[in-house]
Design a protein around this ligand. Sequence first.
Ligand SMILES: *[C@@H]1O[C@H](CO)[C@@H](O)[C@H](O)[C@H]1NC(C)=O
Length: 154
Amino acid sequence: MNVQLSSVFLLAVIALSSAHMCLVEPKQRGSIMGLDKEGADDCILLNGPCGGRMMEEPMTMFKSGGNFTVIIQKNLDHWAKATPGFFGINLMHGSATRTLTTVPDMGEPSLTLYTAMGQIPMGFTGPAVLQVTYVTKNPQAPAVFYQCADILIK
Ligand SMILES: *[C@@H]1O[C@H](CO)[C@@H](O)[C@H](O)[C@H]1NC(C)=O
């Protein structure tokens, strides 16, 4: 492989492995390791709705109708200027999923923390799942990254 070809290959590999995302608060299902480095394994979950991670005992309680704060890490950036993506904060309760809020990806660097705030709607008490998605809208990256946290709404 000549130098030019191998750098094209390298770029393709980087593009494909880009745009990782982790859910810091409430803590995501399963492990959350190596966040100080770009490309952490725990931040590349590609299968909906929860990256294939098993349900856990809820460790975080939210108040029905109350405010929430969610902290997400963009572990690896792959913002596409022409088609910027977003982070979705969704509530899964029974068979219903509703979007609570979204945060635009404005090309912040890897390892940036995003704080999303909003309100837990009334009428969804009991165990629920807070799902966070990173919708990249980048043709060179996976379409959606997933993380979930098991929560209890009272
Ligand atoms: C909830 O958020 C709203 C809007 O940001 C704010 O006005 C209100 O004071 C908050 N309520 C509590 C209990 O923190």
